[in-house]
Ligand binder design. Structure first.
Ligand SMILES: Nc1ncnc2c1ncn2[C@@H]1O[C@H](COP(=O)(O)OP(=O)(O)O)[C@@H](O)[C@H]1O
Ligand SMILES: [Mg+2]
Length: 256
């Protein structure tokens, strides 16, 4: 893509995480679908939440769709971060949806979702986002939903339709993807990363007895960005990025 590409002028959705916005040249392209991938404990849920809370604090309506963790537990953990104020929940700026409850309401009880079930689910999510005028959405995790879709073709369809429908209402979406520590691709089924507009990889690196967290932007369509690996630190003030300094000490890389 050359410097005159119109895509580079796409409006941005700042993540509110300063270090990340710096390397994303202002934020995610608005309306895009980004796969946030990494193994357990790499900070996916935390990054997703900070993205939503920072947006809500700035007046944008945000929605967290939780598949595996109950939302009251997530809120409990959120309360340990200084940038979080319960007021955004009371004001409806940040909304939590438990996906298992959504499944139940929609009557999706079979382990494997049929194409009709998938359409129902997409419609329910998009209707919610539309009604609540949601501008930022996190699905944690897309992997758990895909686990019930099972077939690559149907997964491709699900992510394409969901991403397109949310993009049409100008919602910028993070799909959390769970992979193993030694995974050689960015998602469980290998199709998710090809359909998403962007991929951000979180990982762990063992260094001198410490397990460092890392972040790397693999791709973001319509944006110029660094592809360097960064070290991230999760603190009560939020996520901080620092350049990863190579060399020195015993280093072995895990996922990422
Ligand atoms: N309030 C907090 N302050 C500092 N670190 C935190 C806080 N909340 C979570 N963390 C860190 O984040 C880690 C969990 O990250 P998480 O986002 O749940 O990972 P993932 O979703 O990738 O499994 C915890 O192990 C902890 O170290
Ligand atoms: Mg998580």
């Amino acid at each position: 893509m050359n410097a005159d590409s119109p895509h580079l002028d796409l409006p941005r959705c700042p993540t509110g995480i300063e270090g990340l916005d710096n390397i994303l040249d202002g934020g995610f392209p608005r309306g895009s679908t980004i796969l946030l991938t990494g193994s357990c404990g790499t900070g996916k849920t935390t990054l997703g939440l900070e993205y939503l809370v920072r947006g809500a604090n700035a007046g944008e309506r945000s929605m967290f769709l939780s598949v595996t963790e109950a939302s009251d537990r997530i809120v409990q953990n959120l309360a340990t971060f200084e940038f979080f104020d319960r007021k955004i929940l009371d004001d409806g700026k940040l909304v939590f949806i438990d996906v298992p409850i959504l499944y139940e309401k929609l009557g999706l009880s079979k382990q494997e979702l049929t194409p009709e079930d998938i359409d129902l689910l997409i419609t329910a999510i998009v209707d919610l986002a539309n009604t609540l005028k949601i501008q930022r959405l996190v699905l944690d995790s897309v992997t758990s939903v895909c686990f019930r879709i099972r077939h690559e073709e149907k997964i491709r369809d699900f992510i394409l339709k969901l991403g397109k429908s949310l993009s049409d209402i100008d919602c910028t979406t993070l799909l959390v993807s769970e992979i193993g520590p030694q995974a050689d691709r960015y998602s469980l089924y290998g199709v998710e990363e090809n359909i998403a507009d962007g991929v951000i990889l979180l990982g762990n690196i063992q260094r001198q007895g410490d397990l460092l967290r890392t972040l790397q932007i693999i791709k973001v369509r319509g944006a110029t960005h660094s592809r360097a690996q960064y070290v991230i630190e999760i603190t009560p003030l939020g996520i901080f990025l620092a350049p990863f300094l190579k060399g020195g000490g015993r280093t072995s890389t895990g996922n990422g």
